[in-house]
Design a protein. Sequence first.
Length: 121
Amino acid sequence: MQTLYDATITGIGSDVPLIAEENVLIFFDEKAPKELHDVAVLHKNGGLSGEVKAGDKFVLDGAEFRIAFVGDTANSSIRELGHFTVNFTGNTSEALPGTIYVEAASIPEIESGAIYRFIRD
């Protein structure tokens, strides 16, 4: 198993539960502008060691999700800004460039201190 990215969640914005109802989580490095904090899962940037691609896994606090599609700008956004969006609907028909789509699944409960990573088997 190769770890492509590994980071620790440092905060959960007040609007994250509402956004999660749409099966989406928005991640930002904790250094992002304060006006973005309410909508974001904040984290300490772990550094991307390889390109995330379809077939890899997104692991959120131990729960694994197979990646179905990676938007065109997702890897550069992770690398440069520590920012990406994860869509848990499994629907890639209207794919957005900065979004990572995983197979349809419920979003698990998350809290500050949880670890998430992108891995390749």
